[in-house]
Design a protein. Structure first.
Length: 209
């Protein structure tokens, strides 16, 4: 099973980049205009703010316009090597979702620009403890902050692999990795979302030890 999320707010991202660049240009011009008017200002402060705007615009461009992800559910290498895959198939082509979680890995591949993608994470599905739909605000449901706070006492880190800033339909996956929890935030399609939520129903209570 494979999913490539699409940017759902490209116009908003472009507006953020434009606003940062325009703001940077205005901030850069302020000391020169003030000097021409005989007004003393702290020029280095405006230079610093200008650099901050440019760096912010570059970050948004790279993170939300030039970066793409692939989410993949695939068989473990040891499963393929052991011959279990053949035993399960019995002459019938299998979808990865038809196999037990113990035989599967969840993989995220990140690509930037024209460069080939690289694996960001590989987590065994047998380690999955919760699949939680995430929302922007507490009024709408569970947020990333709420998910983090829920697992923080047991050790929790998370990675955001979404392509849309503050998406409305993100899914938080929580895995046990050694003696801590690892959260992975993704924007799956309907098939992958259904797979994960059926595999680990129950929201935040599903993964407590």
């Amino acid at each position: 099973m494979r999913c490539v999320p699409e940017q759902k707010n490209g116009r908003g991202v472009r507006m953020i980049i434009a606003a940062l660049l325009i703001g940077g240009g205005i901030l850069y011009a302020v000391p020169h205009a003030a000097q021409a008017a005989g007004i003393r200002v702290i020029s280095w402060l405006f230079d610093l703010l200008t650099i901050g705007c440019v760096v912010g615009a570059v970050f948004v461009l790279v993170r939300y316009q030039m970066t793409s992800f692939q989410y993949i559910i695939r068989t473990k290498r040891e499963t393929e090597d052991s011959g279990l895959l053949t035993a399960y198939a019995e002459g019938v082509r299998l979808n990865a979702a038809d196999l037990p979680p113990e035989m599967l890995d969840f993989v995220v591949i990140r690509s930037q620009g024209a460069r080939p993608g690289a694996m960001e994470c590989v987590l065994g599905l047998e380690q999955l403890t919760a699949a939680v739909p995430l929302r922007r605000s507490k009024a709408d449901g569970v947020t990333k902050a709420m998910l983090r706070d829920h697992y923080a006492a047991d050790g929790y880190i998370y990675y955001d692999y979404t392509v849309t800033p503050r998406p409305d339909d993100a899914l938080g996956l929580v895995f046990i990795d050694g003696n801590r929890y690892v959260g992975v935030v993704i924007e799956p399609d309907e098939a992958m979302r259904a797979y994960f939520t059926q595999l680990k129903p129950g929201g935040l209570n599903a993964g407590r030890m």
